[in-house]
Design a protein around this ligand. Sequence first.
Ligand code: MNH
Length: 457
Amino acid sequence: MAETGRLWPKLDRIPHPPNRVPLLGDLVGATPKTPMQGAMTWARRLGPIYTTKAPGFEMVVVSGADLVAELADEERFTKHVGFGIDAFRPVTGDGLFTAFNDEPNWRLAHDILTPAFSREAMERYHGAMLTTVHRLLGHWDARCGGEPVDVVGDATKLALETIGRAGFGYDFGSFSRSDLHPLVAAMMETLQFSMKMPLMKLFGGKENDKKIKYMHDVVDEVVRRRRASGDTSANDLLGAMLNSTDADGESLAAENIRFQILTFLIAGYGTSAGMLSFALHFLASRPDVLKQAVEEVDQVLGSGTEPSYEQVVKLRYLRRVLDETLRLWPPTPAFLREAREDTVLGGVHPMKKGAWAVVLIPMLHRDPVWGGDVESFDPDRFLPEANRARPPHAYKPFGTGARACIGRQFAQHEATLALALILSRYRLQGLPGYELRIREAGFFMPDGFRLALERRP
Ligand code: MNH
């Protein structure tokens, strides 16, 4: 119970699931394949803060908007790199996502990479993003009127191609193969392995090491190609890593570059694929929303199939559709916050320095500050006036503070562009009778969601 020892004093002031048993804790009745949806169920029953126990650890799960506002205070709390995140260190080391707060490479990489996520950088990536979306359209054109397409699979291909091409100038060739690139399987399986209980890791460790080695080989090849090309610009993510320095002239070491590339691949493919797939699901199931989205796309794009960067920025309603998609089903369901000093959260939960809590994002996004009908899909929740009327920390799909998502604008531009071209080209039809089921494979995904595609006249 190592982690429990750091909490202070006992957690008996906040609710926990009933029927707790010695040793197993709250494992009885747990849903091993859908732990996050299990946590959502408990949050609905137990409220904005509760604790849950499993062998080896106890954790505090927070979803109330006022409590999350406290956890978002960077003076009192910071990112906690533990519980599943640190388990991923063999793969991504001190790369941005898994770096400990005080590791010098976090600040160095953050400084070097921030310009690669600026507005100017997005304008540079636009062309590469357009190319990959056209790959998807080509793939889907061939399937119009035929078997429904596997949206999650194809969105995953698109996301991998986009981060590969826009970020690293590299073509993974996903649309010329029937299955997913083996890199995706390796990423998914190592991610799942890292989240296993310590005892379960006694098995399969060698296999996992092989997958990590394979991923490192793929990444080394991406770097080798760039070096061989003689291109020494810093115009994309890879260029910034290889060729730029921070204000003191320091640059990233080769090993760290490898960690960063894997970080961007892993952080960039599943999240973007989840966002696009869920957005397509909501559009296909809501004729009124779809109509308004199509009208906007037709008005801004006309009959063009090569929208400019500026045209994509003008698609305000599509952006709200994406915002609302991330409210209901944020692809990354949680982030962790730890106390910088001894403190009391919400006046009820004392925490020692280093103690941490989980923010359960999908339930934060269903807090009463969102109104009465939190389950309904309503993009107008994100009209500017509505945004201003809400407490500032009620919406956190991209995390919070200094360690929030660096790829936010990248993901939003990519998804808006993809949605725009999809809507201007096809009549979306979900399959009759499809009920949204959420798969948890590291990220939330709409399980088995397919679309029957037809070209618009
Ligand atoms: Mn992203 C951090 C969600 C797209 C690269 N991302 C985070 C965090 C969340 C998150 C939440 C904070 C995690 C934590 O506090 O532990 N990210 C998303 C979502 C999308 C997304 C919901 C898309 C939708 N992320 C992307 C893309 C990239 C990317 C695309 C890369 C191109 N994200 C990162 C990196 C970090 C991060 C890198 C870590 C940043 C840091 O700690 O400095």
